[in-house]
Design a protein around this ligand. Structure first.
Ligand code: HEM
Length: 177
């Protein structure tokens, strides 16, 4: 997992839960590198799970909820670091339906070593898309947060439904009129 995800998570924790909380979860997670991550580095996914588990324990917020709020914040952050990734899209559904064929391939060039999920577009209508998420990491809640962040950035509101299947999760995303 890219270091960028870790550095952003720890910054988010510092800003929203305080410096003490960030120190506490780093200690509790008992990380190999003592919590010093670089944006360009690659680190085991398990380290992220350890940090999130510690944060969940200390904050009494469930991991999926933490992943969702962090994902929403992360979208804003990723676009502010790479604004060109949003220019071609006119709506959040347009952007989300192109994560797999435009955004993430660009991400792969910008952040070598990124281990990205697959998103297969199943159906695209004006106000609704159906997309299948495939990843051994099962970061569905993070994906939901990113999608919500995308909607917010276009000043749109979306409803997301998820259906877990064998090997993939199907998201149905509808724009509220
Ligand atoms: C709504 C749009 C997006 C969705 C739904 C999405 C979804 C995801 C998910 C679920 C992951 C976690 C990895 C996994 O599940 O296997 C991920 C990783 C990542 N995404 Fe996206 N993404 C979106 C937009 C973006 C944008 C705009 C960027 C811009 C830079 C970006 C950059 C990354 C990076 C750097 C990672 C980490 C890869 C790694 O740790 O190796 N994503 N994305």
């Amino acid at each position: 997992m890219k270091g960028l995800v870790f550095t952003e998570l720890l910054e988010y924790v510092e800003e929203n839960f305080g410096f003490d909380m960030a120190d506490k979860i780093i200690e509790e997670a008992n990380l190999e590198n003592g919590g010093s991550f670089t944006q360009a580095g690659n680190y085991p996914f398990e380290e992220l799970v350890k940090l999130l588990s510690a944060l969940s324990k200390e904050s009494n917020i469930e991991i999926p909820k933490l992943l969702e709020i962090f994902g929403e914040h992360m979208f804003t952050k990723l676009i502010s670091l790479n604004p060109q990734l949003k220019y071609n899209f006119k709506s959040c559904l347009d952007l989300i339906s192109n994560v797999d064929n435009i955004i993430h391939p660009e991400v792969q060039k910008l952040y070598p070593g990124a281990d990205l999920p697959a998103f297969n577009l199943i159906e695209k209508l004006d106000n609704k898309i159906i997309i299948d998420y495939i990843s051994s990491k099962h970061l569905e809640a993070f994906a939901i947060g990113l999608m919500k962040g995308s909607a917010k950035s276009f000043e749109e509101k979306i409803n997301i439904k998820q259906e877990v299947n064998n090997g993939f999760t199907r998201f149905t995303i509808e724009v509220e009129k």
